[in-house]
Design a protein around this ligand. Structure first.
Ligand code: CO
Length: 134
């Protein structure tokens, strides 16, 4: 069922500094910062030949990554995202396997305009795991 690695999301306290690290030190192609108020983050996409890195900075008071950054003040890997062909079938398969789907269990439209779900880190090797319908 699981497909390509769509992205690895890294929460950062300073998006400009993180962008400069990827652009200048690593020589990566980076996007302009994109505010995602619905998701409480500002994101920069780092384009790699085989996948993407998403640099996430908190946006607004209720940012879902604020607490993560309190615990990880230098930033850190926040989640990984795998592609699936059918998000509903994937959700049902995960539930049947005993995994916890976060929120109300209904897919939300993610940063790429595609349906996504998040799975509880305790069920996935301590890693918050996003599924995106590709
Ligand atoms: Co993501």
């Amino acid at each position: 069922m699981i497909g390509r690695l769509n992205h690895v999301a890294i929460a950062v306290p300073d998006l400009d500094a993180a962008t400069a690290t990827y652009r200048d030190a690593l020589g990566a192609e980076v996007s302009a910062p994109q505010a995602e108020p619905d998701h409480g983050v500002t994101v920069v996409f780092v384009m790699l030949p085989n996948t993407k890195i998403e640099l996430l900075e908190p946006l607004g008071e209720e940012s879902p990554i604020a607490r993560f950054l309190e615990k990880n003040p230098n930033g850190g890997i926040h989640h990984v995202c795998y592609e699936v062909d059918d998000i509903i079938a994937a959700r049902d398969q995960m539930k049947a396997a005993g995994a916890r789907v976060l929120g109300d269990g209904e897919p939300k439209i993610g940063a790429h305009g595609k349906p996504v779900l998040f799975l509880h880190p305790k069920d996935f090797c301590g890693t918050l795991t996003e599924l995106e319908q590709a």
